[in-house]
Design a protein around this ligand. Structure first.
Ligand SMILES: Cc1ncc(COP(=O)(O)O)c(C=O)c1O
Length: 327
C-alpha cells in the first residue's frame, strides 16, 4: 500500500512538473535543446552552483556588475575560480547598464554573467550584450516573465520564483543542453546540474506545491494574452510612475532613463526627512513596502506582474498630493 502511494505521489509530482515545464516553455518560447529545472536554495545558491559547474579553478568568468545582486554573485564565483569584472557601473551608484563598448569581455572566459534586472537599484538591461561564443548567463530573478526574452541568446538563465512566478522556495534554471558536457566530475550530487536534468527535478523531494502554483501563474499569463500582453501591461504601469517622476523636480529617478526597470521603480525626494514622511503616510493609506533599500535610499515601488494598474494609479495620485502639500 505504502509503495503504491509513493508511486502515485511520484506520478503526481511528475505530472505537476511536466505541466509547469510546458507552461514556461510555451510562454517564453524555450527551445527544445534547453532543460527546465525546478530547484531549491534560491537564486542565492545559483551564485555558487553556476561557477561550481562551469568555472574551472584555473579559469575565469566575466561578470558585468550593475547592482547589489551582481556583486553577491561575484563574491561566490571568486571562491571557485577567477573573476574578471568585465564592466561595473558602481561608480555612478549603479544607475545604468554599461554600453556595449565599455564591456571588456575575455574571449576565453567560461561564461559571461549579467543580472537582467537589479531589484534594489531598479536598473534593467534592455538588450542582451553580444558575447560571441562565450555562454551568456543571467540572473533573471526579478524580471522573468515580465517581458519577452530571447532565450536562445542565453546559455543559462536562473531565477527565484518569488517575484513573478510563484511562491518562494522554487528556483527556476533554464539550461542549454550542450553545457552539460562542461561539468566536471566529482561535484556533490545535489550541486551538479546533471543530477537534476537526469532526474527531471525529482532527485530529491521538490517543492511540489510551489511548482504547481507556477503552472497556475503560467495559465494566468496565458489567459491575459501571453508574455507580450504582460509586457504591455508592465510598460504601461511603469510609464505611469516614471511620467509622474519626470513631471516635476520634486521627485528624482535613480536609474538613467534608458535603463529604467519596469519592475522596480526607484526614486528620491528632496530630503531623507521627506522620504520618511512619504513612506509613513503612504503606509497609513495602505501602500506598504515603499521604502527603498538602505544602499540606495529613497523610494522603491516594486510593481511585479501581480501588482494591478489601479495600485499604480493610487500611488501616482498620492505622489501628486504629497508634493502639493510638501513641495
Ligand atoms: C536579482 C536577484 N537575484 C538574486 C536574489 C536572491 O534570491 P533568493 O532569495 O531566491 O536567493 C534576488 C532576491 O530578491 C534578486 O532580486
Amino acid at each position: 500500500m505504502l509503495v503504491q502511494l509513493c508511486c502515485l505521489c511520484r506520478f503526481w509530482k511528475d505530472e505537476i512538473i511536466g505541466q509547469a515545464d510546458a507552461g514556461l516553455r510555451d510562454l517564453l518560447s524555450i527551445p527544445t535543446n534547453y532543460h527546465i529545472l525546478f530547484l531549491q536554495g534560491g537564486a542565492s545558491l545559483q551564485f555558487s552552483m553556476l561557477p561550481m559547474n562551469f568555472l574551472p579553478a584555473d579559469g575565469t568568468a566575466d561578470y558585468v556588475v550593475t547592482g547589489s545582486w551582481g556583486k553577491k554573485a561575484v563574491k561566490e564565483a571568486k571562491r571557485v575560480g577567477g573573476v574578471n569584472i568585465a564592466a561595473t557601473t558602481a561608480d555612478g551608484g549603479f544607475t545604468r547598464v554599461p554600453s556595449l563598448d565599455e564591456i571588456n569581455l575575455n574571449p576565453q572566459a567560461s561564461y559571461v554573467h549579467i543580472t537582467t534586472n537589479e531589484t534594489i537599484e531598479g536598473v534593467e538591461w534592455k538588450q542582451e550584450p553580444a558575447t560571441g561564443d562565450v555562454p551568456l548567463v543571467a540572473d533573471a530573478s526579478s524580471d522573468i516573465l515580465s517581458h519577452a526574452i530571447p532565450v536562445d541568446q542565453y546559455a543559462l538563465i536562473y531565477a527565484g520564483a518569488q517575484k513573478n512566478m510563484g511562491p518562494s522556495g522554487v528556483t527556476l534554471v533554464i539550461l542549454r543542453d550542450d553545457l552539460l558536457q562542461r561539468i566536471p566530475d566529482g561535484l556533490h550530487t545535489m550541486l551538479d546540474y546533471r543530477t537534476h536534468v537526469e532526474n527531471k527535478s525529482l532527485f530529491n523531494t521538490p517543492n511540489t506545491w510551489g511548482i504547481y502554483i507556477i503552472n497556475l501563474v503560467c495559465k494566468w499569463i496565458k489567459d491575459k494574452g501571453g508574455i507580450s500582453a504582460m509586457e504591455r501591461e508592465n510598460e504601461q504601469k511603469a510609464k505611469l510612475l516614471y511620467d509622474a517622476i519626470d513631471a516635476t523636480d520634486f521627485y528624482r529617478g535613480h536609474a538613467d532613463a534608458d535603463a529604467r526597470s519596469i519592475m522596480n521603480v526607484t526614486y528620491r525626494l528632496p530630503s531623507e526627512e521627506l522620504e520618511k514622511k512619504f513612506t509613513t503616510e503612504a503606509t497609513a493609506q495602505g501602500m506598504d513596502g515603499l521604502k527603498g533599500h538602505r544602499s540606495v535610499g529613497g523610494i522603491r515601488a516594486s510593481i511585479y506582474n501581480a501588482f494591478p494598474l489601479e495600485g499604480v494609479e493610487t500611488l501616482v495620485s498620492f505622489m501628486k498630493e504629497f508634493e502639493r502639500k510638501n513641495g
